[in-house]
Design a protein around this ligand. Sequence first.
Ligand SMILES: [Cu+2]
Length: 447
Amino acid sequence: MADMSGHADHADHAGQMNSGSGTAIEGGSSCADMTEASSSAPTSAFDLTAYKTKVDIGGRTVSAWTFDGTTPGPELRVQQGDRVIVNLNNKDIDNGVTIHWHGIVLPCSQDGVAGVTQDAISPGESFTYEFIARHAGTYWYHSHQQSSEQAQKGLIGRLIVEPREDSLRYDRDYAVTLQKLADKHWLTNGKREGDTLAAKPGERIRLRLINSSSEVQWMGVAGADFQVVSMDGQDLNGPDVIRDQWIPIGGGQRYDVLLTMPQSGQVEVYSRNKEALRVTLGEGTAPALLDKKGAEFDLASYGTPLDDGITADMTFDREYELVLGLLDINGKRFHEIPPLMVKEGEWIKITLKHEFGAEHPMHMHGHLFKVLTKNGKPLTGSPVYADSVLLFQGDEYEIAFQANNPGLWMEHCHNLGHAANGMSMMINYEGVTTPYRVGTKSGNLPD
Ligand SMILES: [Cu+2]
């Protein structure tokens, strides 16, 4: 078994990026053996059952594939540092299910990728996931077996890791899932006419916006100034108070906003072009809405700089370039794309270029990376640490991470239709193997 010792918690982000969850055995090791070491961490245990049922989406009943009968599934809330144990049962999802803990840095065998880190769980079978929730923040979970089909049919849920100490102060903490169910019903927290959340004048509200759909959602806050306090679960440094800006949330991404309720009237947090994607906070008069052509939030110049020593001009052990096309990476698809090889301890830089086509929210498993540059320029605001970066046509980003979590990790577009068409590849540590296989013979189809 891999040595999992020496993973103290780190408050700072540079430290966070260095807190992987496993250490490779000399001479090679199997992903299947990379598990969380025992410890005295407090335990948060859950049972989830995947099954088909009908759900009420607000005055209308539709078919869905669910965890525990709802979509999104149960919100799992844990404390930072907890040992999270989730026993997943598959009742009747014929082709099998898994759970991928999106954004969580965990041991390879717990990543939930069918054919890479485990076999899909057949009907009547179960699998227990176990990992330490090292990093506080807003995460989510979804099946990573035929994920383009299973996530949109409803096999998703939220995972919130509450910080042991929060420098932010707020009175209410709400998570909000933006969803497209069955490829047609736009839902906010499972409701087709938006959600309404209680809030009193003067209260501070933290809203954790999770885009579980494959399409970019431009979200605006009407009726209050706000701060973007976190992206992909990772806090931003010195977040500016802003107003009337549209935030682009790519598929799989999370943005946490913090706002103070006005002395009278409501606050509306809503999508620029999807009527059903909205949250109404408080009571009274509805606020004036944003100009649809108003300013757009830019992660490259938001918040306050903080030197963590990780920059584009530092020395990297390996540098890779990924050119994103319409539905390919470097002109190739799936296993034709050579994996990015890394060795434990190395610093890796990846240049992502999006030359042609629709937006690509590129998601990396098993690691947090730092966004170094956007379109050739270093970020001028807060450092941004994330598990995904959203590229529009013409965009170019440099990102960096330390190879500190041995395993076999997916790197893919989180427009899951794009992933299912080939925008899916691997980041592989040298010497790490897997006993599992992808393909129609094994039945493991992660997308
Ligand atoms: Cu894409």
